[in-house]
Design a protein around this ligand. Sequence first.
Ligand SMILES: O=C(O)c1cc(=O)[nH]c(=O)n1[C@@H]1O[C@H](COP(=O)(O)O)[C@@H](O)[C@H]1O
Length: 266
Amino acid sequence: MDERGPLCVGVDPHAALLSSWGLADDIAGLERFTYTVVEALAETVAVFKPQAAFFERFGSRGVAVLERAVADLRAAGGLVVMDAKRGDIGSTMGAYAEAFLRKDSPLFSDALTVSPYLGYGSLKPAVDLARESGAGLFVLALTSNPEGAEVQRAVREDGRTVGATMLAHLAAENAGETPMGSFGAVVGATLGDLSAFDLDINGPLLAPGIGAQGATAADLPAVFGAAVRNVVPNVSRGVLKEGPDAAALRAAADRFADEVRTAIGG
Ligand SMILES: O=C(O)c1cc(=O)[nH]c(=O)n1[C@@H]1O[C@H](COP(=O)(O)O)[C@@H](O)[C@H]1O
């Protein structure tokens, strides 16, 4: 991010975006959309977050497009956060981890989004494999959607919220790592003042919600406070809707990156 700028661009081939790009909602449209984004941004944007669901909806041929995109983005020097939001009992979690975090997997990614809501400990196989492979996780802590609060802000017997407990688990995971550990939290940019939460997890904070969900880069300091220095802001539709013109995609990504720099300094 120091080299390429402070932005994560989401690769989310929504049917509505394919249509606005003049593409059919089929495998050819998916391919054209995805490779246009890859060609336009792979050399300049720091982090990419393909959303697996938008590829899986086309079955194995969609997953093949995802595989190639991940490989091309990584070959061009981008970091790939696979947004698959996996979460299951530990023994099954191990298989999800192998799919995305084993070095020789066709979908190997630099990091994977995971859901801890079967219990943080259920993620252990993914934590272990990420460590072995030099990859990372982004664990859903405080999500950008309003429905998340009923789970994440629920208060436990010890008086802490569930979301705060996930952040504490991540802080423990990253303890002692310099400059920071590889176990990040997902914390929505849409959530307003989060000073009630300790966001100092010594790890990255993936912050979706800028653009289509209404948050702006200017909101980041008020939402994240001192932890803003560890934020990886994600924009998906806000950039993608500018396509299919490659220059327009690049200009949108540059504009969001500039807005983030202005907001957080540096
Ligand atoms: O884990 C995520 O990436 C995620 C977590 C969250 O709390 N909210 C959220 O919007 N996301 C994802 O971030 C992206 C946001 O897309 P836009 O709203 O189009 O910028 C989508 O891929 C969502 O699935």
